[in-house]
Design a protein around this ligand. Structure first.
Ligand SMILES: NC(=O)c1ccc[n+]([C@@H]2O[C@H](COP(=O)([O-])OP(=O)(O)OC[C@H]3O[C@@H](n4cnc5c(N)ncnc54)[C@H](O)[C@@H]3O)[C@@H](O)[C@H]2O)c1
Ligand SMILES: CC(C)=CCC/C(C)=C/C=C/C(C)=C/C=C/C(C)=C/C=C/C=C(C)/C=C/C=C(C)/C=C/C=C(\C)CCC=C(C)C
Length: 600
């Protein structure tokens, strides 16, 4: 490129290299500069061709005359950036962060690797069936309280989905023929559970009573970023008792609380199964705050299924995002987070395109973010700490089936948890089976006279690697056959012969389609954790880089990642001047939280 008598080497990372640029004019340059002289008054105007007549004036931080050439160095952070935030990934965590930022006035770009939004909360269609990719159990979707975060996230962008309340949130089929239906009505659930464990009635009431203390405290707060001191101290001031209650439970686990009140090993195992659904680990490793949230929301707001399938949530959020003037790009596989002087400033895609923003938010897991998107960088101390406390949960095997409707007895519940014989198998691969039959609530998801059975069970990637294609297919069939056989025996005689459609996904499938390292289901504590104390929030050790999703506080679960999105948007908005911020309080609180995490 020729500028006057200078040949310019553009090392300015903020010029979007993906846009074809045409240098039109520059301020007059002095004709001669001695070698190494800094040139500070230089302005460069360029017209990105794809943006019509709009011109950008760049004020490079400095230019150096080197052997007759002008080297332009990067300007102050964010100059020349096109967006306030780029979100890598359109899972519910990423979409909630993006939409919340957009309604605060930020210009956001979401980059999604796949062809539709949603990630684990996406969908796919085959032969007239609409299958949910991941969980069909939706918390936070009621019309009351403060914890209906999915309803609120949609409302923020002017969307509302019709939902169908589930009268029985989950039906447990457990060893020793223990069958427990978790009715939406709390009193009915307690009546059912105490009828199975009459000698433990007091303990049952006390344990679930503590869960309600947590739920009611959470439900009284306006949920925003716990990393933003003006909000956090404000909440402590307005609701001191509730905040202290939450602070008290923050380092506790459900299993310890349960053991204060219950002795019956079978009942304690039931609490393990309750927690396994929340966190894919037993009660001793499940944060009490998460248990309190989930075990009560199902009775307070209930479990509500969105008409048309779970995928509609992400689609509605994506539409809402665009309505707000922000953007989402599909088939956009991010391979690098671009750093400039240690600050995250942009994202590079596998096809070479680059996008720049004032902040970067990663909805990929922390393992993917720091292991792949920031490859070559030294792992920040906070991430070392995260990886010390948390490991990747195994992935899962999923079976999506269409079956003849008459194989299901009348009044079949929508969600089931099956562990037939041996409590020890709860956390083992293929031990527990999750089963959802969303067509029980919404028949429009399947052709007439058919039901959907969505079955999943934990499974590790190692189990599926290195197999020749024929063996891989055979193994899929074999394991699916076993799982279906167990359901046939326990729940639905004649199930096998009623199958009209079947598709099996393995950990490799989930790694590929969800872009999650090892196809992981989410983070689980390596050992017994101190409740939620060790779980990182949204800021990271890299300036300008934030994480959102299930490897952030409070962890796995669609409502959990929605909360992580709300928190992330608030923290980012404060950092880019869209919300109040106090730098002094910020560094005090962030330092304190960082120190607390090291105690986990
Ligand atoms: N079967 C299930 O029920 C199931 C399975 C897995 C996870 N989950 C739950 O789903 C939720 C996870 O939500 P989340 O918001 O954390 O994330 P997510 O995993 O659902 O979504 C992440 C999104 O980011 C995209 N992505 C990842 N890396 C990318 C890259 N490099 N470039 C572009 N796009 C990229 C993925 O394609 C995906 O759409 C959690 O609640 C988790 O517990 C449920
Ligand atoms: C910050 C400090 C130091 C002190 C402040 C104290 C304070 C004010 C703390 C506040 C804490 C807050 C606000 C915490 C909020 C926590 C929340 C909102 C937690 C939410 C958790 C939600 C979870 C864990 C949801 C999980 C849902 C899951 C996993 C659903 C999954 C379903 C399945 C796996 C499918 C099951 C399927 C079948 C078929 C049974």
């Amino acid at each position: 490129m020729n500028l006057g008598c200078y040949e310019t080497i553009l090392s300015n990372q903020f010029i979007p290299r993906t846009l074809e640029t045409r240098i039109l004019s520059s301020n007059p340059l002095k004709k001669s500069h001695s070698n190494g002289e800094r040139i500070n008054s230089f302005k460069l105007r360029y017209f990105p061709v794809s943006q019509g007549k709009k011109a950008f004036t760049l004020r490079p931080k400095s230019m150096l005359s080197v052997d007759g050439k002008v080297k332009i160095e990067a300007n102050g952070v964010g100059k020349g950036s096109n967006y306030d935030a780029i979100v890598v990934g359109s899972g519910i965590g990423g979409l909630v962060a993006a939409t919340q930022l957009a309604v605060k006035g930020a210009k956001v770009l979401v980059l999604e690797k796949y062809v539709i939004p949603g990630g684990s909360s996406g969908y796919y269609q085959r032969d007239g069936y609409t299958f949910d990719v991941g969980s069909s159990v939706m918390f936070g979707f009621s019309d009351k309280g403060n914890l209906n975060l999915i309803t609120q996230a949609l409302a923020a962008v002017g969307r509302k989905m019709e939902v169908i309340p589930d009268p029985t949130t989950v039906h447990f089929h457990l060893p020793n023929n223990l069958s427990v239906q978790v009715h939406k009505e709390y009193s009915e659930f307690i009546e059912e559970l105490t009828s199975k464990f009459p000698h433990e009635k007091e303990g049952i009431l006390k344990f679930y009573g503590e869960c309600w203390k947590i739920f009611n405290s959470l439900n009284s707060l306006q949920l925003k970023s716990l990393e933003e001191p003006i909000y956090l101290f404000g909440q402590f001031f307005q609701k001191p008792l509730e905040c202290l209650t939450l602070a008290y439970y923050l380092p506790q686990n459900a299993g310890d609380v349960a053991r204060k009140y219950m002795k019956d090993p079978q009942l304690l195992s039931f609490i393990d199964a309750e927690c396994f659904i929340v966190s894919t680990v037993n009660a001793l490793r499940t944060p009490m705050i998460n248990a309190g949230m989930v075990l009560c929301d199902r009775h307070f707001g209930g479990i509500n299924y969105p008409v048309g399938g779970v995928g509609g949530i992400a689609e509605s959020l994506a539409e809402g995002l665009i309505d707000q003037g922000s953007e989402i790009l599909y088939r956009a596989n991010a391979t690098n987070i671009i750093l400039d002087q240690g600050k995250a400033v942009g994202v590079r895609l596998s096809d070479g395109r680059e996008f720049f923003a004032r902040t970067i938010i990663s909805n990929a897991t922390r393992w993917d973010t720091f292991g792949k998107l920031l490859k070559g960088e030294k792992l920040p101390k906070e991430e070392e700490n995260f990886q010390k406390v948390y490991v990747k949960a195994p992935s899962f095997l999923s079976i999506h089936m269409g079956v003849k409707a008459d194989v299901l007895p009348p009044d079949t519940d929508c969600h089931h948890f099956v562990l037939e014989d041996d409590w020890k198998r709860l956390e083992e691969p293929y031990g527990s089976i999750f089963l959802s039959i969303p067509t029980v609530l919404d028949s429009s998801l399947a052709p007439k006279g058919r039901h959907i059975l969505h079955i999943f069970t934990t499974s590790s990637l190692e189990d599926w690697e290195g197999l020749p294609p024929k063996d891989y297919e055979a193994k899929k069939e074999l394991i699916a056959e076993e799982i279906i056989g167990r359901l046939e025996k326990k729940l639905f005689p004649g199930l096998k012969s009623s199958i009209v459609f079947k598709e099996v996904g393995t950990p490799k499938t989930h790694r590929r389609f969800l872009a999650r390292d090892m196809g992981t289901y989410g983070p689980i504590p390596r050992e017994i954790p101190k409740g939620l104390l060790g779980m990182p929030f949204n800021t990271t050790g890299i300036n300008g880089l934030y994480c959102v999703g299930d490897s952030c506080f409070p962890g796995q679960g669609v409502i959990a990642v929605a909360f992580s999105g709300v928190m992330c948007a608030h923290r980012v908005a404060a950092d880019i001047g869209l919300e109040k911020k106090s730098p002094i309080l910020d560094s005090a609180l962030l330092g304190l939280l960082g120190w607390l995490r090291t105690l986990a």
